[in-house]
Write a protein that binds this ligand. Structure first.
Ligand SMILES: [Zn+2]
Length: 479
């Protein structure tokens, strides 16, 4: 454990130096040294609101140490308060993280608190972001979906139960049983994942998607609880981890009995692939919306840059439904043990296309991001209803993905012409046999919107095809 902590510390420091925070960091180092001789034991009861120095991303994508306020702390030393509770390498017991509560090292310089090691700095940084993400929940109508005090595991140990591979590293995950966010060791030489605010926002979205979509589907038997708890991530099977038994909710499995016929299996795989894709795609949208950085993942994992970047051209080409169908057919033909891995791989691929679509939509919408994010969550709630209706009324049907897009467009109050056109263009690959076009809404419904809202209508097959108007250039990202 000490070895892991030491290596995180050294790498963390080199990363901050590399990111141009040398000046601020030497202040941190000097402060810690200065106070080392005369610092008194940090009281366990010290809490309330404190000023703290944490590394934050600026609007050019660089990280710097900045002063922020951490609110409603019960214990500064444990970084426990209204927004978070931290554990060091915990276990999961009775649906909750358990083990040694985190104990940080902080020193006071004037009225400013500074962390004295990188793991304390990490906890303070995560606390600050959880505070801000909770504020975002209120703006997007997600308050109350999850418990406000988020459990977080630092230096989580997730071990292959067969002992055939090393503990999981270089990732973060949302764990369904405890609903905790887990951060494992980071061994790359870039920005540590636990400091990366975009990756935190990505995982935070999973913590919203679980109660909003997956949990009700599990409760109604659409997804199996047992299989949901069989976790596979990056080739690791995380069943009986030595220190932590983890359940990655994002790996929720469809109910997939061994002896079902091929059509039933294909339908289950279709639904599971879709849920995986939209969960991962929208998690990336949250990461981008929170940071303004379309390449937030690459800051910590540069190898993911090309496949996961959201900074692509504004014209979106969805994976055609036929392509999803062929992926589903391919997976259905594989042995059971290989299916989850391919669903994960294709899920990320399809998810990235959706993430690029929604980023583009936000930019073309001319609306505050929070308004569009709120509609995304409303659309997920509608999708969950649709899936449950299929299950109870027409269980041999498959959820039609184009409805997700059409419904999203339909529930917008004010849809700009450009945003509407983006949906129409995207529908061309999802539903090539149907023509759609954008129409101005007759009545003026806008309240200070400054533009005429548009809605999508289906064009009768005999009519002339939709005009191929040039897409207006995307509105500059205001990050
Ligand atoms: Zn994810």
């Amino acid at each position: 454990m000490a070895g892991i902590l030491r290596s995180i510390t050294q790498r963390g420091l080199s990363v901050f130096a590399k990111l141009g925070a040398v000046g601020a960091l030497s202040t941190l180092g000097a402060g810690a040294l200065l106070l080392a001789g005369c610092s008194k034991q940090l009281s366990k009861d010290l809490g309330g609101t404190v000023r703290m120095q944490v590394p934050l991303q600026d609007n050019r994508g660089d990280y710097h140490l900045e002063q922020v306020e951490l609110r409603q702390l019960e214990s500064l030393r444990s970084m426990r308060g209204d927004y978070a509770e931290f554990f060091l390498s915990p276990k999961i017991q009775e649906g909750s993280l358990s083990g040694s509560e985190f104990s940080g090292r902080f020193a006071k310089m004037g009225d400013l608190w500074v962390a004295r090691d990188v793991i304390s700095l990490t906890a303070a940084t995560i606390y600050y972001h959880l505070q801000k993400l909770t504020d975002l929940d209120v703006q997007v109508g997600a308050a109350g979906l999850k418990r406000k005090r988020q459990q977080v595991a630092l230096s989580a140990m997730l071990i292959d139960p067969n002992g055939t591979s090393s503990p999981l590293k270089n990732t973060a995950l949302f764990e369904a049983t405890s609903r905790a966010l887990l951060f494992v060791a980071y061994t790359e030489k870039q920005l540590p994942i636990a400091i990366n605010s975009g990756i935190l926002a990505h995982e935070y979205f999973h913590a919203l998607f679980y109660p909003l979509v997956l949990e009700p589907l599990i409760a109604n038997g659409f997804l199996s609880d047992e299989q949901t708890k069989r976790t596979e991530l990056g080739g690791h099977k995380l069943d009986q981890a030595k220190k932590m038994k983890a359940v990655d909710a994002n790996e929720a499995k469809p109910v997939l009995p061994e002896n079902t016929d091929r059509e039933v299996r294909k339908r289950l795989i279709h639904h599971f692939l879709w849920l995986k894709a939209i969960n991962e795609g929208l998690a990336d949208v949250w990461g981008w919306a929170y940071t303004g950085d379309p390449d937030f993942i690459a800051l910590s994992l540069p190898s993911e840059k090309i496949t996961r970047t959201l900074s692509t051209a504004s014209v979106i080409s969805f994976t055609e439904s036929s392509q999803q169908n062929s992926k589903v057919a391919m997976i259905a033909g594989l042995p059971m043990r290989d299916q989850a891995g391919w669903i994960t791989k294709f899920g990320y691929e399809i998810g990235t296309e959706w993430a690029r679509f929604f980023k583009s939509y936000v930019e073309k919408s001319q609306l505050p991001r929070e308004k569009v994010l709120a509609k995304i969550l409303a659309n997920l709630a509608d999708m969950k209803k649709g899936l449950l209706e299929i299950q109870s009324n027409t269980p041999t049907e498959k959820y039609d993905i184009k409805h997700f897009l059409l419904n999203f467009s339909k529930i917008q109050e004010n849809q700009s012409a450009e945003a509407c056109q983006l949906v129409v263009d995207s529908l061309k690959s999802l539903a090539p046999s149907t023509k759609y076009e954008c129409k101005e809404v007759d009545q003026v419904l806008i309240q200070g919107g400054g533009f005429q809202p548009h809605v999508i209508t289906e064009v009768a097959p005999t009519e002339v095809a939709v005009d191929q108007e040039e897409l207006a250039p995307g509105i500059a990202n205001d990050r």
